[in-house]
Design a protein around this ligand. Structure first.
Ligand code: SF4
Length: 736
């Protein structure tokens, strides 16, 4: 029997539509869905490997429990009973903060996880919540929260209409964009050039994206904040006025020239490595472009001045008049968001870490502080860890110390499809189904999309296995004291009923005053995640409001449009977005302004001339998720040390032979790849590698192990956001 299924790819933020041919219940071929409203047939090499990920013999199909140092298969009942038992012992003896949870970023790619996580975390009632956000994009959430009032109010470049894009620390030719959902990002950049526009890439490496750019600026690692403020300085020298549409919506504009005064293009040149004339030329182009946007991504975030750089990106979007207008930097409007939501102003520091006192941000503590929370004795010491779809042993700083700390835990649970570098330490591993066995809607990434759209895909294959939603609900039940045998359906029904009751009681809800029973019945008998999703869509800004808007959006409507529904280009919506206490854009938030002297000091000190390490994106890697897929791993060795020819000569390195790279935290040996496509003085090792660890069970990954670059990161943070510093790490390099 043959059939074709359409499914959104969950492997990266581009969220491409896939067309999947199935013969006799096996995947025959996966290619890009040419009718998909956003991706129009685009696909990268990873997208077609959902087949291999589904069929992977190493993928766990049943829970496993660790006994005498080895994992053995177990029943779900046995696994949940053990978790309930150990949870009870540990939290009764040491309190709730003795349990910590780490959320990997695949959670953001699965709507059922997003729905279940909040009740799960609430049930744990611990302050020790950590996630991949603090090794990735937390600075952007903080700057958005401080400037616009909500950490998810992140403007994205209006790629399809802009004339000029200044892009820092991003390599969409390899990664297809992040905090900017734009399938076929490369094609969109090429069309920008075809219509006479330009894009400029700022990166220490001449990435694939930089090679295609109209201008590549080989900046020093970690210097983006100073470079961006130097551009602001040059633009403000001309004393521009705010654009009309922003004039009455911005606080702090008058103070800005004095604040950026120390950061002239000339004063910052030695620190950034960018000639003042180049900085001034970019400032001129940006200010003069009819429609322009500035976009910064991971290379600007995972550095010591990450929040300042994130803020400076949007300062430039504001002062050039490009925020919230077509072709500039705009705010997407996902369909599951209501139109009338009052939002609470953004706050940080509602609680603090036990050891270093780091403040909570968006409900989390920095993962760079998880090691100290695990190893420092005393009340509140973390003794139990739950990891959900994450591999922090590879992706968080100071990996050697991290793994040692995991070994010291009393108990550890992982929800993961593999026994990987992290879950190998777990006492219990609970495996969710593979992507093709689960439905998909993008709750997270439609919020960063360059066009407003929605799509939904049902599971390609049915499975008897527990859904991840069920796993998370059952864990929440255990942590709430309902025990290992609680009925997940009852709990899910209770949670949805409560959400409906709260909604009908809201004065600003489109279903205010309606009968909750009628609303619940209207959601039918789909699986609980789908009922929750339908509820959000129907009360959302394009929803049918349960019959009040006859043509409005419902899940049923999305099911009838398997290639998605396009709602068109982004529209200006600043008034809806702003949630600051003042109701205006806060251009000079105190938390950032008060840290500018630290940047000024770093600029004044300049560089010491030593080598600096940066990471890099690779087309065939999605972090470490796809490293057990042979078709993606084969070929030339990709976990290498990129080094400039001048440096190779200086340090006595030979192409293909191993170098020893050492930092304050550790050292690794890695094959040398000599290339002129990197700034002298900078070396690069990709992240997500370092497989083949004892007790892991990923045969392909082990065969292409590579080294874990996080043996070299030492846990330094950007002090405003707490985000880990993973780029710009001082290292020494020599032959191994
Ligand atoms: S670009 Fe991302 S979403 Fe698209 S096919 Fe590749 S991995 Fe999947």
């Amino acid at each position: 029997m043959e059939r074709t299924a359409f499914r959104t790819c969950p492997l990266c933020e581009a969220s491409c539509g896939l067309e999947i041919e199935i013969v006799d219940q096996r995947v025959k071929r996966i290619r890009g869905d040419r009718s998909h409203v956003m991706s129009a047939g685009f696909i990268c090499p990873k997208g077609s490997t959902l087949k291999q990920l589904y069929e992977d013999p190493d993928r766990l199909r049943t829970p496993v429990i660790k006994e005498d140092g080895h994992h053995r298969p177990a029943s779900w009942e046995e696994a949940y009973a053990l978790i309930a038992d150990r949870w009870g012992q540990i939290t009764d003896q040491y309190g709730r903060d003795a349990a910590a949870v780490y959320l990997g970023n695949p959670n953001a790619h699965q709507f059922e996880n997003s729905l279940a996580l909040r009740p799960l975390i609430k049930a744990m009632a611990t302050k020790n919540v950590f996630s991949a956000s603090s090794v990735d994009q937390l600075p952007k959430h903080v700057s958005a929260g401080l400037m616009f009032g909500h950490p998810l109010s992140i403007p994205v470049p209006d790629l399809d209409r802009t004339d000029y894009l200044l892009m820092l620390g991003a390599n969409p030719y390899e990664s297809n964009g992040s905090l900017c959902t734009a399938p076929d990002f490369p094609g969109r950049l090429e069309r920008l050039q075809e219509r006479g526009g330009k894009f400029v890439v700022v990166d220490p490496r001449r990435t694939k994206t930089a090679a295609k750019a109209d201008r590549w600026i080989a900046i020093n690692p970690g210097a983006d904040a100073a470079f961006l403020l130097a551009i602001a300085n040059a633009i403000l020298e001309e004393r521009p006025a705010l654009a009309d549409h922003l004039r009455h919506r911005v606080d702090g504009f008058d103070a800005l020239p004095d604040l950026v005064a120390p950061f002239t293009p000339e004063a910052t040149a030695a620190f950034t490595g960018v000639d003042a004339a180049v900085t001034r030329a970019v400032a001129k182009e940006l200010a003069k472009a009819e429609r322009a946007a500035v976009y910064g991504r991971i290379g600007t975030h995972t550095v010591a001045f990450g929040t300042t750089a994130s803020w400076a990106v949007d300062v430039l979007n504001v002062i050039t008049g490009n925020l919230d207008r077509a072709g500039g930097a705009m705010f997407p409007y996902p369909s599951h968001i209501g139109s009338q939501r009052a939002r609470r102003p953004f706050v940080m520091g509602r609680w603090h870490g036990r050891v270093s006192g780091r403040p909570e941000i968006i409900g989390e503590l920095p993962v760079a502080s998880l090691i100290e929370e695990m190893v420092t004795p005393g009340e509140g010491q973390v003794r139990m860890l739950l990891t959900l779809a994450g591999n922090p042993a590879l992706t968080t700083p100071n990996s050697a110390a991290f793994e040692e700390a995991l070994e010291g835990l009393d108990f550890m649970v992982s929800v993961d499809v593999y026994l990987n570098e992290t879950s190998r330490h777990a006492d219990v591993v609970l495996p969710p189904p593979s992507a093709l066995e689960r439905s998909h809607y993008d709750l997270a990434f439609t919020g960063f999309s360059v066009r407003d759209y929605a799509d939904y895909s049902p599971p390609v294959f049915e499975t008897e296995a527990a859904s991840e939603f069920e796993i998370l609900v059952r864990l929440a039940a255990i942590f709430s004291g309902f025990g290992p045998e609680a009925d997940p359906d009852l709990l899910a029904a209770g949670a949805l009923t409560s959400a409906i009751q709260a909604e009908v009681q809201r004065g600003d809800s489109p279903i205010s005053g309606r009968d909750p029973t009628e609303i619940l019945e209207a959601l039918g008998d789909r699986p609980w995640p789908e009922r929750n999703l339908d509820f959000l869509l129907r009360i959302g800004n394009r929803g049918d409001h349960f019959g009040a808007v006859p043509d409005g959006l419902t899940l049923q409507k999305l099911e009838g449009n398997p290639h998605g529904i396009d709602f068109g280009p982004l529209l200006p919506r600043l008034d809806q977005v702003l949630a600051t206490a003042s109701g205006r854009i806060e251009l000079t938030p105190e938390a950032i302004i008060s840290d500018l002297p630290r940047l000024a000091q770093a600029v004044a000190q300049g560089r010491n001339g030593g080598a600096m390490l940066v990471g890099r994106r690779q087309l065939r890697s999605a972090n470490s998720w796809t490293h057990n897929v042979e078709v993606l791993m084969k070929g030339r060795e990709r976990c290498t040390l990129e080094v400039h020819p001048d440096d190779a000569e200086r340090w006595g390195l030979v192409h293909g032979e191993k170098a020893l790279v050492a930092s304050a935290a550790g050292k690794v040996e890695v094959p040398v790849e000599i290339t002129a496509d990197i700034r002298p003085g900078v070396v690069s090792i990709p992240y997500g590698w370092g497989h083949g660890r004892l007790g892991s069970a990923m045969k392909v990954a082990a065969a292409y192990a590579g080294v874990n670059v996080n043996f070299l990161s030492d846990g330094s943070i950007d002090p405003i956001s707490g985000n880990a510093v993973l780029n710009g790490i001082p290292v020494t390099v020599g032959p191994a």
